[in-house]
Design a protein around this ligand. Sequence first.
Ligand code: ATP
Length: 446
Amino acid sequence: MTTDIDDLMKKLVSLCKRRGFVFQSGEIYGGLQSSWDYGPLGVELKRNIEAGWWDFMVSTRPDVVGMDSAIITHPDVWKASGHLQHFHDPMVDCMKCKSRFRQDHVEGETCPECGGELTEPRDFGLMFKTSMGALEDDSATVYLRPETCQPIFVNFSNIVTATRQKLPFGIAQTGKAFRNEITARNFIFRSREFEQMEMEFFCRPEEAGRWFDYWVEQRLQWYRGLGIRSGNLRTRKHDESELAHYADSCVDIEYTFPFVTGGWGELEGIANRTDFDLKAQMEMSGQDLSFQDQAGNQKIVPWVIETSGGIGRTMLAVLLDAYREETVEGRERVVLGLHRDLAPIKVAVLPLSRKLDDRAEEVFRMVSPHLPSQFDVTGSIGKRYRRMDEAGTPFCVTFDFDSLEDRKVTVRERDSLGQIRTPIETLVDTLKDILASGWPDECGGA
Ligand code: ATP
């Protein structure tokens, strides 16, 4: 039976393919399960999310610096962090229908799919292993990082020495992480190769509680700033039994992902990781990763507040939140009401008739060095508007026959459908103004 939820996800997945946001990886060979390629619009949206995060977390703050670590990591990093011991889930297989489940997701000893008998639980390693160099023996084994945060701890002393940061301060990085998830599903919500945005904030132990509350608030504010409706976001504190072995406290920021049982799914975790990671890496490496406090002339192993989110999950939340179907002037349209800062294309330049292509292209060439733009000549003007609505493009600029005479074009706004007629000469400034401060009410709309 098709439910509304299935329907919404199907429609979104189909739009993502149609408009070039996300494709199934290896599709021409039948597809590689839960592996996704980002198309021309998807890569722009993903980059806009990442750039916005970097701006909010790093560029605009004196107390956070960035880094970019290698993906292939020294195995001892993961021994010290506990990943090699703890990073696996016990699994059971159905002997009849061959379905596989996480043991903690199954009640009783029979298969939830077919009632068949289940195997004994078996461990399933979640880290991707590979070999470095020509030999493939155990000494050559290395791992693709399953998270971006451990390389931050390992580089703690390098960064303190290089930047002379004083406590409290943060180190941030974004990038790929790899987990051989057993149940990777729900489009880009859970995949085996994904991108994280993480920040580790180092502080004095006695100040960790205050910084924890501060970062929960900051992170929530960031998600709201992406235009995600407040009612679709919430925070959830982990109770004792849920806490990871290293965490003192943890709050998840959740979104109303329609496919998650109970309605809410994790977007990001904010955790007080205490001094667990620095101490563990110190013990394994024998190196001193403490912070030398000049003022108090003492050595401190700082406590750490971590903010850890996913780019793909954020992108899915943004797309779900922005997707809408509506009827305007008797015609149906699908709109991605993306926040202007996130929209992959900010401006589409459209000649009303093929006869105007050359003159309209001059307008496109004027706008494109300043704003991400697209020039679209194929199909009726109505069809081109619909395509841009689906791509989430906030403004369409139409060049018509009058434009030849009055040197003006029409700017149409995606959501209100309001229009203004504006001189070509000042078009770039006009577009920059309305992108920065919004569509003026007096310009009207539906
Ligand atoms: P979950 O409980 O959903 O598996 P987690 O608690 O294991 O998530 P973390 O290890 O805290 O996740 O990772 C931080 C963030 O990285 C998550 O909030 C999520 O946004 C993202 N993330 C984690 N695993 C995946 C995955 N397999 N696919 C896509 N994003 C992921």
